[in-house]
Design a protein around this ligand. Structure first.
Ligand SMILES: Nc1nc2c(ncn2[C@@H]2O[C@H](COP(=O)(O)OP(=O)(O)OP(=O)(O)O)[C@@H](O)[C@H]2O)c(=O)[nH]1
Ligand SMILES: [Mg+2]
Length: 265
């Protein structure tokens, strides 16, 4: 299903919190912050969830919090690190900050901030907006090798689809906007994935809960600077946890609801 983009200025008055998990993103954090604040969205705040970075990211975040008081916040996590845990903490804090719209994105410019003003008005029609690499018009960085493309395509188009029956084309997407109500409807205490399979778990719970999802094509640029955190254990977790997601949420499968997944071009 393809739906037209509805342009409205109503989103200008809503409170937006952008949650960015970081682990060693010292070279990216100030720059992504500047781009986000330059979007001109009046009530936009940034919430960084740092996992005890060892490259000075935490100190840079503190400096940004002092410089952009009231617009930039940071959670310093301790203990076992992980993307999933960080996002759950960030989402909870964003809800406490009374966000109407919660954006989740990476710090490394793979998710370009300029898409955000395009995503926000779609919350009038949807509960979750997904920046998607695998719908018509979506693209991956040309620098990705055929092997990396193949692995990513297999994870999205084959693996998660076959095992979980997902309808969303980009199940591992990490660039999303949630309405407050959508996040409140999800039991964040039950989220158990930690690496990037966290995105798959959230996609599955969203679909099975009957949330309305729209996918918007994006160009996914390779990280500009810094090192990848994609490790073998994280990949292994993704492969195994996919089955666990199906098992743990079997009660949601009983509802037989029709997920509303649409594509905006
Ligand atoms: N808080 C926290 N953030 C993390 C962790 N692992 C990765 N991140 C952040 O999550 C975002 C996505 O991680 P990336 O390393 O870019 O993962 P990727 O995009 O799949 O891989 P590359 O871009 O190729 O490195 C970035 O902002 C990272 O800094 C973690 O364990 N804890
Ligand atoms: Mg990245």
């Amino acid at each position: 299903m393809t739906i037209p983009v509805e342009q409205t200025s109503e989103t200008e008055s809503i409170k937006i919190v952008v949650v960015i998990p970081t682990f060693n993103e010292a070279d990216n954090l100030a720059a992504i912050t500047a781009e986000l604040l330059a979007l001109g969205l009046e009530d936009l705040s940034i919430l960084v969830v740092d996992d005890a970075s060892t490259d000075g990211t935490a100190e840079i975040a503190d400096q940004l919090a002092a410089r952009y008081r009231g617009r930039f916040f940071v959670i310093h996590r301790q203990g076992p690190r992980g993307l999933g845990r960080s996002y759950v903490e960030g989402f909870r804090q964003a809800l406490r900050m009374e966000a109407d719209a919660i954006v989740q994105m990476d710090a490394d410019f793979s998710h370009s901030p300029h898409y955000i003003p395009q995503f926000l008005p779609l919350l009038h029609q949807a509960d979750v907006v997904v920046g998607s690499r695998y719908v018509k018009g979506g693209r991956l960085d040309e620098q990705w090798s055929w092997w990396r493309r193949f692995l990513s395509w297999r994870a999205n188009a084959v693996y998660t689809r076959l095992i979980l029956g997902l309808h969303v084309r980009d199940a591992t997407a990490g660039f999303k906007v949630w309405s407050r109500q959508a996040l409140e409807s999800i039991d964040l205490d039950a989220i158990f994935s930690n690496g990037y399979v966290f995105q798959v778990e959230m996609a599955y719970v969203s679909e099975r809960s009957g949330l309305r999802i729209v996918e918007v094509p994006i160009y996914f640029e390779d990280r500009r600077i810094g090192r990848s955190k994609m490790s073998v254990p994280v990949k292994l977790e993704a492969a195994l946890r996919t089955f666990e997601i199906r098992w743990r949420y079997r009660h949601l499968r009983a509802k037989d609801n029709h997920p509303l997944v649409a594509v905006v071009n």
